[in-house]
Design a protein around this ligand. Structure first.
Ligand SMILES: NC(=O)c1ccc[n+]([C@@H]2O[C@H](COP(=O)([O-])OP(=O)(O)OC[C@H]3O[C@@H](n4cnc5c(N)ncnc54)[C@H](OP(=O)(O)O)[C@@H]3O)[C@@H](O)[C@H]2O)c1
Length: 241
């Protein structure tokens, strides 16, 4: 794919790797719709980006709100010359706790954002990608938590395993429509993700969001018949526990 002049949607654009994805897509010449609940943070980033920020369109959106997503997609992509080429399902969150202590609202929120939100947006964007003559690409940001279970993250694990299954099935469903589907499994990255998690502090042994974003660009830029369907990323030397 030639990322220049492409139209991309990045969920969770207000922070962490979503912010880095947004920035690097813009640097490559894409137009980026960034979706998150923090409009001010996205607007501040847009300003800071200067000239390339002109192609950044921050959108206030809670991806767990199906009707809001449906409404936004319907009213944004009205012109068939302006259909999305790239969808980065990145927004997500994790709460760590023993199963009996995890508040029900936290369980519901992880399911709503990490699973339902991805389904809602993908469901409404896929028909536009099918109608788009360009080869399109959906990238789902799972985690190494989609590959192995660990104590205290059972529900986060469940959501990310779900995302892996969703991605693998969609890859097979959409390949002949000219739509690539990839799933990423990153290990720990230094972001605000850990703000809510008492057990883990951000440290130098974590990966940097910009390197994860460089990898995303590499995956997007492969030729039309070349798909990296799954990708694991790890810090070589994480903090020893
Ligand atoms: N950091 C890691 O070590 C790590 C490792 C593997 C995978 N991941 C995955 O990477 C993704 C990005 O995480 P990050 O590390 O960049 O964390 P982050 O800095 O906390 O960013 C999370 C993003 O998700 C957005 N978000 C959360 N709930 C949302 C909602 N209901 N609607 C719309 N946007 C929502 C947040 O925006 P608002 O709060 O402004 O809405 C924020 O932009 C997540 O899916 C996470 O599971 C992270």
């Amino acid at each position: 794919m030639n990322v220049a002049d492409s139209i991309a949607i990045v969920t969770g654009s207000s922070s962490g790797i979503g912010q880095s994805f947004t920035e690097q897509l813009l640097q490559k010449g894409a137009t980026v719709y960034g979706l998150s609940r923090s409009l001010e943070r996205m607007e501040a980033h847009k300003k800071q980006l200067g000239k390339v920020g002109a192609r950044y369109i921050p959108v206030l959106m809670d991806i767990s709100d199906h009707d809001a997503i449906e409404h936004w997609v319907k009213h944004t992509f009205t012109d068939s010359n302006h259909y999305p080429d790239i969808l980065i399902n990145n927004a997500g969150l994790g709460y760590f706790d023993n199963i009996e202590d995890l508040a029900l609202e936290k369980f519901e929120q992880m399911m709503q954002v990490n699973v339902s939100g991805v389904f809602y947006l993908t469901r409404h964007i896929t028909p536009l990608m099918k109608a788009n003559p360009n080869t399109c690409h959906i990238i789902n940001i799972a985690s190494v938590a989609a590959l192995m279970g660990n104590p205290k993250i059972s529900v986060y694990n469940a959501t990310k395993y779900a995302l892996r299954g969703f991605s693998d099935a969609l890859f097979k469903e959409l390949r002949y429509d000219g739509i690539k589907v990839s799933c990423f499994f990153p290990g720990s990255i230094a972001t605000r993700f850990f703000d809510e998690i008492d057990e883990i502090e951000v440290h130098n042994g974590m990966m940097h969001p910009d390197e994860v974003a460089e990898t995303l660009i590499f995956v997007l830029e492969r030729s039309d018949n070349f798909l990296i369907s799954e990708l694991t990323m790890r810090p070589l030397q994480p903090k020893k526990s």
